[in-house]
Design a protein around this ligand. Sequence first.
Ligand code: GLY
Length: 311
Amino acid sequence: MVASANGRVGIMRAVEVLRRGGSALDAVEAGVREVEANPDDHTVGYGGLPNLLGVVELDAAVMDGRTLATGAVGAVKGFAHPVSIARRVMEELPHVFLVGEGAERFAREVGFAPTELLTEEARQVWLRMLREEGQVEDPSRLPYLEKMRQYVGWAMDPEKASPGTVNFLALDRAGNLAAATSTSGWAWKYPGRLGDSPVVGAGLYADNRYGAAACTGRGEMTIRACTAYSLVRYLREGLTLEEAGRRAMEELGHLVDRYFSTVSVVAMDRWGNHMAFSNRSGATYVFMTEDMETYQERERVYVPVTRGRSL
Ligand code: GLY
């Protein structure tokens, strides 16, 4: 079992699922749900920081390495466990991706209970941001501002926002791989913005034959470079896990992006060897096997990719 560092709160639970003989898919979902329920994580689920209008919008996805089946939801409001909605999309619909009102309707239809996701703590952070940075005293005016886009730069300022996500990858006893992601996206994002977490190939990928990968960080970059798929594709071409991760990260260096920033990737090959990569030094990830008593945290391989120039 491998997760981004904020997966600490869920990895024991996920490994417990594997110990009981559960599938990799069950395990990644169980791990992500713990993080979604954690009010202290302001980048995922309940307690996540909101969009510019003060509304928490969630994105999540799952991928089954046995079948390459995927399910994803984006910009979902009012449901605490988008990862489980994504799984139901995969299992019950002839679709792979639902967003906004359609995803919320489907969640109600399959029995998920609506819930308020904005905690008082997150609401206060949002109000402070509006008042101190935006000089917007009355937040009820926000929906009527003609140029809300002028504020969206806050989302790209590492001092004011953070693009966290949770990633889980698992290999089960039957040799099956699965991946799952979940996020509240960038704080202060423009309403309706989707990151990479629900975008299969960008935010996550799992293929039993080769390996699995998932990303955190600036989704606008990994969407353009198809980073999770790119890493698995390099494994398919016979590169080692370390070479595949480095190459996938280096591809990001071709992106011309005025908001170029952090991207981190966790990866596992089909035998369960794992590694993680980041263009920020000192970043970590966690892993645990069935025979370990607790998880271990390990530093990611630092790949110093920087902003690209036109090709
Ligand atoms: N990687 C999370 C996001 O960009 O929303």
